[in-house]
Design a protein around this ligand. Structure first.
Ligand code: 3PG
Length: 219
């Protein structure tokens, strides 16, 4: 992966990647607008609801300037569905041979997940330099990423899982971290009550942490 890799460029432009789960396409669009108003123009819509793909399509069609991706990808067929919905990227919590085979050369770039050094090594072998580390806080947080970086310095990480406003700056201070992902930008109760101002406030604070400049540079 070179510094000009489109997936890497997408990830560093955050530098925080909001992970959102939506019940309707309209909710997805409102959330995307609330996040963008705070300065976060890249978001991940998880494929955890029936509305997810339609929400991705709605955001892509109405707000082409935003970068909307699909999260929680597990099945190779979902990559094609993401492409049809117009997803700019896809994210998986882990990686399987089937999924990685399908992702190789696919139009929709995949950010695959890993939770062990061996899993990161397998992804590097397949040419995936950017790796989601999930669930990072459970795995050991900053200390775990530092240990991974020491052993596998060419890898670039997108940690998520338990990251919040307080810990995001510490992750982003690591040269090996491209971006951090998390759902803290759009808390369920704010989304349920339509408290978009709260989402925008959180997005604004997160956007102020970037942009990243060093993480994508070649070693
Ligand atoms: C993800 O898919 O990246 C996670 O669900 C986000 O984890 P969080 O909800 O703990 O931020």
């Amino acid at each position: 992966m070179s510094a000009a890799d489109p997936l890497l460029e997408l990830l560093v432009r955050g530098p925080v990647l909001p992970v959102v789960t939506v019940e309707t396409p309209a909710m997805g669009l409102q959330l995307a607008d609330a996040l963008a108003a705070g300065g976060l123009t890249t978001l991940e819509v998880t494929l955890r609801t029936d509305a997810a793909l339609d929400a991705i399509r709605a955001i892509r069609d109405a707000r082409p300037e935003l970068k909307v991706g699909a999260g929680t990808l597990r099945d190779p067929a979902q990559l094609d569905a993401c492409a049809r919905a117009g997803a700019a990227f896809a994210v998986s919590p882990g990686a399987t041979a089937r999924l990685l085979d399908a992702a190789a050369g696919h139009d929709v770039p995949l950010l695959p997940g890993a939770a062990t050094p061996g899993e990161v090594m397998a992804l590097l072998d397949r040419g995936h330099r950017a790796v989601k580390i999930f669930p990072v806080e459970t795995l050991g947080g900053i200390a775990f990423l530092n240990a991974l970086t020491g052993a596998l310095p060419e890898a670039r990480f997108c940690p998520s899982g338990g990251v919040g406003a307080a810990s995001a700056p510490d992750y982003l201070a690591l040269a090996s971290v491209l971006s951090v992902g998390g759902s803290w930008l759009a808390p369920a109760e704010a989304v349920a009550s339509g408290d978009w101002a709260r989402v925008t406030d959180r997005a604004r604070a997160a956007a102020a942490l970037g942009p990243r400049s060093h993480a994508g540079e070649p070693d």
